[in-house]
Design a protein around this ligand. Structure first.
Ligand SMILES: Cc1cc2nc3c(=O)[nH]c(=O)nc-3n(C[C@H](O)[C@H](O)[C@H](O)COP(=O)(O)OP(=O)(O)OC[C@H]3O[C@@H](n4cnc5c(N)ncnc54)[C@H](O)[C@@H]3O)c2cc1C
Length: 473
């Protein structure tokens, strides 16, 4: 896994891609800097330019670029979602975004944006305009007294580490990687593990976004406060976020300890492990090959590779730590490495039923071998109040399962979905799922309110695509 820049396929591609984007952007600016009555015509010309132009075009793969003869194409990080928008436009300011969305909406053209493309679903797909916010990256304000930070949408989770640490602050929790954009992480309810630790969505306390008509909307405790629970897990459907303010906590060190134990013992001691550690998570191996697929150090069939994270004093003597333990600033402990060799589905299930669910999963997994060779990742997440958050009003056990790219893993995923449905499982918005509008209505008590809020800010459905229209129109 690489950073934003290192995921480009090569220096030359990068230079070429940047030049092409600059040229595209210049053309776009020409188009919008004319008199208002000419804008529709000019935007149409601009789109026609993209549709007919025969030179090499930019392809963004998650955040990597290759070339294509006809239209720009975009591919996500893992490679299972690819599409050809009419244009990919690099935007550099809120004002540009507002102008562009207003013009596109006036002509019935769809608009989507992306973070770093780590979602596995068609959540970003569009045949309209795809806005690339890569220039809108960085922490812009830290309020140490109030313990909050404001950042641009493309700021990665990892970008927060150093500046917050300098101010004596830290993110309360993180997931398995820190390369997601904060806007993408919040839009999909990205989470780490911990009985008392909610997802990133719950930490959003304010934001600015461009709605589906091109209006700029500010949300804070004193302005449009009623919008916050919808915006906290919005799938990008209320508008395009241009800045986000999140709640943080005092800086802390983490003592990380790994252990390998048989699944039976982990199930028996699950409640104890989850209650007695700040963060407890594990990977269960359905086969001897499983560990290597997720770059884990060890673990045989039916073993669990466990991670315990607990706060520790920074002066804890590091040199005496055994090989399976680490002590460091929290933001350096969380991230791990993945290769893009898996397609993931993840559901949130009532924590109170954890033992039953874990037993049932083992039976199901062994029935579906050899398709189910990827480790299951098991975590816990605290409840929150975000309307479309899978943790809305419920502490959850989180179960992740994966299929191998190229395999027909859908039967296996459907079987997991059926089991999760028995426990009222809710989906991770960035990972594969089998939701329908009816199911969402049954699973999310504030679903109707979210749909109404979506319509309020995007009455024309400018930010909807086929995937989200089926769920939220
Ligand atoms: C290797 C790997 C590890 C992962 N680990 C975890 C984990 O530990 N925990 C977890 O919960 N998830 C995890 N995920 C899932 C991942 O965190 C989510 O899919 C997340 O959304 C990815 O962030 P992104 O920046 O790549 O967003 P993208 O996938 O690019 O976009 C996600 C959504 O955000 C929207 N969006 C992006 N920017 C904006 C904006 N400016 N305004 C409005 N909407 C916007 C997009 O339109 C889209 O709807 C992992 C995924 C991978 C591939």
């Amino acid at each position: 896994m690489g950073s934003w820049l290192s995921t480009y396929s090569g220096r030359r591609d990068h230079r070429k891609a940047t030049a092409i984007r600059r040229e595209n952007f210049a053309i776009f600016l020409q188009c919008i800097s004319v008199k208002p009555q000419r804008i529709s015509v000019k935007l149409n010309r601009y789109l026609a330019y993209y549709n007919s132009h025969k030179r090499n075009r930019t392809t963004i793969r998650g955040n990597r670029m290759t070339s294509d003869a006809q239209r720009p194409t975009w591919t996500n990080w893992v490679g299972n979602q690819s599409f050809a928008p009419s244009a990919i436009i690099e935007v550099a300011s809120e004002a540009e975004i507002a102008t562009l969305v207003a013009r596109a909406a006036a002509q019935g053209i769809g608009v989507r944006t992306f973070g770093t493309g780590h979602s596995f679903t068609p959540i970003i797909e569009t045949d309209g305009l795809l806005l690339d916010t890569q220039r809108l990256r960085g922490v812009i304000a830290i309020d140490a007294a109030r313990q909050q930070v404001t950042a641009l949408p493309k700021t990665t989770v990892g970008d927060f580490g150093e500046p917050l640490w300098e101010a004596g602050l830290a993110l309360a929790n993180q997931g398995d990687i820190d390369t997601q954009a904060i806007a993408g992480a919040i839009a999909t309810g990205t989470h780490g593990s911990g009985n008392h630790l909610p997802s990133f969505s719950a930490t959003l306390i304010g934001a600015r976004f461009v709605d589906g008509l091109g209006n700029l909307v500010t949300v804070s405790a004193t302005e449009n406060a009623e919008v916050l629970p919808a915006l906290q897990t919005s799938l990008g459907l209320l508008g395009l976020l241009t800045s986000l303010t999140i709640k943080v906590i005092p800086a802390y060190h983490l003592h990380a300890r790994t252990a390998t134990l048989p699944y039976g013992e982990v199930i028996e001691r699950f409640a104890e492990f989850a209650a007695n550690n700040r963060s407890f998570s594990f990977f269960w191996m359905p086969s001897d090959e499983s560990a290597a697929l997720y770059c884990l150090d060890n673990g045989k069939r039916d073993d669990c590779a466990i991670r315990f994270f607990n706060e520790a004093p920074p002066d804890m003597p590091r040199q005496k730590l055994p090989a399976n333990e680490r002590l460091d600033r929290a933001y350096r402990i969380y991230p791990m490495h993945y290769d893009p060799n898996f397609h993931e589905m993840e559901y949130f299930l009532p924590l109170e039923a954890a033992t039953d669910i874990l037993q049932e999963m083992r039976k199901l997994m062994f029935r579906w071998l050899p398709l189910s060779v990827y480790p299951l990742e098991i975590r816990t997440v605290a409840q929150d109040n975000a309307w479309m958050s899978p943790n809305y009003g419920r502490d959850n056990l989180v179960v992740s399962v994966s299929g191998k790219p190229g395999d027909d893993y859908w039967g296996y995923l459907r079987a997991c979905d059926a089991l999760f449905a028995e426990f009222k499982g809710r989906p991770h918005w960035g990972k594969l799922h089998f939701m329908t509008a009816d199911r969402l209505d049954r699973l999310f008590p504030r679903y109707e309110d979210f749909v109404a809020m979506r319509r309020r800010f995007d009455p024309q459905g400018t930010f909807l695509n086929a995937h989200t229209r089926a769920l939220f129109e």
